[in-house]
Design a protein around this ligand. Structure first.
Ligand code: ATP
Length: 319
């Protein structure tokens, strides 16, 4: 193998740049030519790529977002779009592709693998919603962002004796809510993976309030629906001064944490190793602290991998 390419696809996440840097520099170390494809699969269809050198990835390990930009491509979902992408890869002499993205991106990768391109995936999403890996690139940074915001909200909540409903991202997964809720000392966490009971939440709120607690933070995962509706119901049944904060896209940005830079670097290096070993159809994963390749199919499992033990513990600790 002489030529490989790397692209980022789907939603961006902090640490993607660190992964690109690792792919480029590990590839160059092994005497490969490494191409960067802009705007994900759409750029592949439009042959929007450029050869990367050592300096192309200088000064990016600490930057959020992705220097290759990312996109969602409807055209790539069609056989014609995939054919164009494969033709462009072949015309450029590219035999191996590394895709940094989410499970949707990996479904696209499987189509390319069927058409004879060797493809390795790297899980990059803040949501941590990809089975088959203990963690995804960007999750740790997003959780740290949420925690720092919870700390700020707590200051104003306790000054005014308020209850804050804080809606966090995660799509249909509650991982960000659980990790940030536990680490941020939230009074309650509401996630799509577990039924919740208003009476239980309001009982806990009132117990805390009657004990003289000056604030309460309830973390709601976006997958549960609207934080506003939950706030309204809590306000009506408790009479507490209740406010809602939707954290939104601020959770997707920012400089990646040390953990995300470390994970992204290891995963990028491993992806190049797998291509050099003629592997394809694998996602790079971290499993029990080991960086391994697992079949893409594991990323499509329906079973949520959320840490429900941490969720249960948070209920005990937030009394
Ligand atoms: P995130 O989790 O951040 O949303 P993702 O990779 O899951 O990331 P998607 O929008 O689902 O994001 O997928 C990214 C792109 O991958 C799509 O725009 C499309 O081009 C391609 N893709 C997704 N699913 C398929 C599929 N079944 N077949 C072919 N291509 C696909």
């Amino acid at each position: 193998m002489k030529n490989i390419a790397v692209l980022t696809s789907g939603g961006d996440s902090p640490g993607m740049n660190a992964a690109i840097r690792a792919v480029v520099r590990k590839g160059l170390y092994h005497q490969l030519n490494v191409f960067g494809v802009y705007r994900g699969y759409q750029g592949l269809i439009e042959n929007d790529l450029k050869e990367m050198k050592v300096h192309s990835v200088a000064d990016i390990i600490q930057r959020g977002g992705t220097i290759l930009y990312t996109a969602r491509s409807e055209e790539f979902r069609t056989p014609e779009g995939q054919r164009k992408a494969v033709d462009n890869l072949k015309n450029n002499g590219i035999e191996g592709l590394i895709v940094i993205g989410g499970d949707g991106s990996f479904r696209g990768s499987m189509e390319l693998a069927k058409l004879g391109i060797r493809v390795i995936g790297i899980p990059g999403t803040i949501d941590n919603d990809i089975p088959g890996t203990d963690q995804t690139i960007g999750f740790d940074t997003a959780v740290n962002t949420v925690i720092s915001l919870i700390d700020k909200i707590r200051d104003t909540a306790s000054s005014h004796d308020r209850t804050f409903i804080v809606e966090v991202m995660g799509r249909s997964a509650g991982d960000i809510a659980v990790r940030a809720g536990l680490a941020g000392g939230a009074e309650s966490i509401i996630i799509p993976e577990r039924d919740f009971d208003y009476d239980d939440i309001t009982d806990r709120l009132m117990k805390g309030h009657n004990r003289g607690k000056k604030h309460s933070i309830i973390i709601v995962a976006e997958g549960i629906g609207s934080g506003e509706a939950i706030a309204e119901r809590i306000k009506q049944s408790t009479g507490l001064d209740t406010r809602v904060t939707v954290l939104g896209h601020v959770q997707r940005g920012g400089s990646p944490t040390a953990y995300d830079r470390w994970l992204a670097s290891l995963m990028g290096g491993k992806a190049v190793d797998l291509l050099l070993n003629n592997q394809s159809g694998l996602m790079v994963s971290i499993v029990n602290q080991n960086i391994v390749g697992v079949p893409f199919e594991q990323a499509f499992s329906e079973k949520p991998k959320i840490d429900l033990d941490a969720y249960e513990l948070s209920k005990i600790l937030s009394i």
